[in-house]
Design a protein around this ligand. Structure first.
Ligand SMILES: [Zn+2]
Length: 285
């Protein structure tokens, strides 16, 4: 049963794989990762109303314009028609109307909004009825592509990892940006919110490392892997200390950097104790 409704402007999208929307209800979007949401086309769209459901596969910050977020969708099912908003218990745009019945766009619906229990029941009834009468599927009267390539497995993985990891990744991206803190490579595709860097836990999770910003840094896959193996470690203020076992090809991957890039705010810096743990227990020497 859908937990929330996501405002989407289908006429402005090439596909429904990725929706860029404002960040007003970012926390709700994060909570809905792995959950099914109802899709709604707002009043200024050529066709307006509830038009399908989708599962939220991922939510990422837009690092170029911070008031936006990217919502990746998977398992998109479109209704064969747009269903009038009045059919939900509490219509999503109801607050957009003035007392005299005219539209007040200052109360326009949020990017994503939670559904009350009544709304959820109404949505369920609406979807069941519409499914029975018109069916779901690709034959929907829309040019939107509905089959993303590979969000499925990512969505499942994210569900297992839980919202906490997503929040940590979010903080790391916001504080450090999307470049590897070791080599500075930034292979992100910013207009898609597709960030290549991974969150590296400085003291490994399996060795009681906390899931916190001060125990995390963004690293490209290569450096994440090398750090986890102890092929290099970091001194207190971030100097990179390579292991004697580090192959020369990996040395060159640092692009001449000798220090890790720390955030500008000191409170966000990696904690000395976590770096020390890695030097003493993981580093190959
Ligand atoms: Zn790197």
């Amino acid at each position: 049963m859908p937990l929330a409704v996501l405002n989407v402007r289908p006429s402005r999208l090439k596909s429904l794989h990725l929706v860029r929307t404002d960040n007003r209800n970012k926390d709700l979007a994060l909570q809905c990762i792995g959950e099914r949401v109802l899709l709604y086309a707002p009043a200024d769209e050529p066709r307006r109303g509830y038009f399908g459901t989708a599962r939220i596969a991922d939510v990422n910050p837009d690092l170029t314009q911070r008031r936006f977020i990217f919502v990746a969708l998977e398992e998109v099912s479109l209704l064969n028609r747009f269903v009038a908003l009045e059919e939900l218990a509490a219509p999503i745009e109801s607050r957009a109307y003035r007392a005299d019945g005219s539209l007040d766009f200052s109360y326009f619906s949020m990017s994503i909004r939670g559904l009350t229990l009544d709304d959820q029941r109404a949505a369920h009834a609406l979807l069941t009825r519409t499914e029975a009468s018109t069916g779901f599927g690709e034959s929907a009267q829309t040019e939107l592509s509905v089959h993303p390539a590979s969000f499925g497995s990512r969505g499942r993985r994210l569900r297992e990892e839980g919202a906490r990891n997503t929040r940590l990744r979010w903080s790391v991206l916001e504080v450090y940006g999307a470049a590897c803190a070791m080599c500075g490579d930034d292979d992100a595709v910013h207009e898609l919110g597709a960030y290549e860097v991974e969150v590296c836990h400085l003291r490994p999770l399996r060795q009681a490392g906390p899931d916190e910003l001060t125990n995390a840094m963004p690293m490209c896959r290569k450096h994440h892997w090398a750090y986890d193996w102890g092929l290099f470690t970091l001194a207190e203020v971030g100097q990179i200390i390579p292991s004697i076992r580090m192959p020369p090809s990996l040395h060159r991957r640092f692009n001449g950097q000798t220090r890790a890039r720390f955030p500008s705010t000191r409170q966000a810096w990696p904690k000395a104790e976590h770096l020390r743990f890695h030097r003493e227990k993981v580093f190959l020497g």
